[in-house]
Design a binder for this molecule. Structure first.
Ligand code: M6R
Length: 360
């Protein structure tokens, strides 16, 4: 049941310290800078030359996060919408690894793309939450995110676990194909192991609730980010529109001035996610919106330069740039939750949506 929580979504947001601890349990060795993914011992990915990640919705945002982590690690990788795959699949060769990212393992669009990739001769792997799901059975290999059941239609804890598992997978693939892990695992892995406790402390703050209240009745809600902050901005907007029914859009920070800026007014708050990926540029983009009267809410650590510039601030702990966006995402989940709650929306079952979309 929901226990002390009013909604499953809130319960699942608050479960993230635990679900993330479960995801990394036994899979990282922070002291020695080693990653151990049970079915994927070192050398597993030696022949991989390019990666395609296929997914829909929130899982697509996690896949995009994973593809950027892979790119940053020096691996050719593209995230693709599974529902577009039948018309836009890039060529598959014998070095292609296709990774299906799906919480349920039952999404029809994702299964179709997975089957197409298999037929084209790609090696396939699924990153899923559900043991025994169709995707888990059909892919060559499976990596379970171990998030526990997610009841709310809005995906929350599973996004975090997918993104973390893909971050680890990216380092493993890079280590196998380039010889050594490109990221400084002696800093990433200890930061990752600190994450559950840091999330726990962050979840007792009320920044997100205050911001949701302050900006209720706005016309549109914009979310911007760069690098790993970009998928987080997209996910922030998806969550917001899905459960509040208000208009929300996510953009790459640098794209604002290429069109969306025309929509910016004092009535369109802009949430700016800072992950350490060229934050100065994102700050400049946020200021461009601010100049047009939009309130800017910076999601960043307390000592970040954006705090002085922004109208408001939602704090995240200082951490590795590979992980900062995941803290920001949790804060944005809370902003959406509180905004939807003020509007008295049916948070766990938004209109017109299903938890698992089993039709094409
Ligand atoms: O089960 P899947 O991860 O394959 O589901 C894909 C999407 O339908 C899903 O992520 C959806 O976008 C979320 N429930 C939205 O919060």
């Amino acid at each position: 049941g929901k226990g002390e929580y009013d909604h499953f979504m809130l319960k699942e947001i608050y479960e993230q310290p635990t679900s993330l601890a479960q995801a990394i349990e036994g899979r990282i060795d922070p002291e020695n800078g080693r990653i151990a993914l049970e079915d994927f011992p070192s050398g597993t990915f030696e022949g991989v030359g390019n990666v395609q990640l296929i997914a829909c919705g929130t899982s697509y945002h996690a896949a995009l996060y994973g593809s950027l982590a892979l790119n940053q690690a020096g691996i050719r990788a593209t995230a693709l919408l599974a529902n577009e795959y039948s018309v836009t699949a890039p060529p598959v060769d014998d070095e292609t690894l296709v990774i299906a990212v799906t919480q349920s393992g039952e999404t029809a669009d994702t299964l179709n793309a997975l089957r197409q990739a298999t037929a084209a001769g790609a090696d396939t792997l699924t990153v899923t939450n559900v043991v025994g799901s169709t995707a888990a059975r059909e892919a060559d290999d499976t990596l379970f995110i171990r998030a526990g059941p997610e009841i709310g239609v809005a995906a929350t804890k599973t996004f975090s676990s997918q993104a973390v598992m893909l971050t680890l997978l990216a380092q493993r693939i890079a280590a196998d194909t380039c010889g050594e892990p490109p990221a400084d695992l002696t800093s990433l892995l200890p930061d990752l192991s600190r994450m559950p406790a840091q999330l726990e402390s962050m979840l007792v703050t009320d920044d997100a609730a205050r911001i949701a209240d302050r900006y209720r009745d706005s016309q549109s809600y914009f979310f911007i980010g760069r690098g790993l902050g970009y998928p987080v901005a997209l996910e922030g907007a998806l969550k917001f529109k899905e459960i509040t029914y208000e208009h929300a859009e996510g953009f790459a920070s640098g794209e604002l001035k290429h069109g969306p800026l025309a929509l910016v007014t004092p009535n369109t708050p802009v949430f700016a996610v800072f992950t350490g990926d060229e934050d100065e540029k994102t700050l400049k983009n946020a200021e461009e919106a601010q100049t047009r009267g939009a309130p800017v809410i910076a999601i960043c650590p307390d000592d970040h330069r954006a705090v002085e510039v922004a109208d408001r601030h939602i704090a995240i702990p200082a951490t590795d740039s590979e992980l900062a966006g995941l803290f920001a995402n949790v804060q944005l989940q809370l902003v959406s939750y509180h905004a939807a709650n003020q509007l008295d929306r049916p948070i766990d079952k938004p209109r017109n949506l299903a938890k698992s979309v089993t039709v094409e």
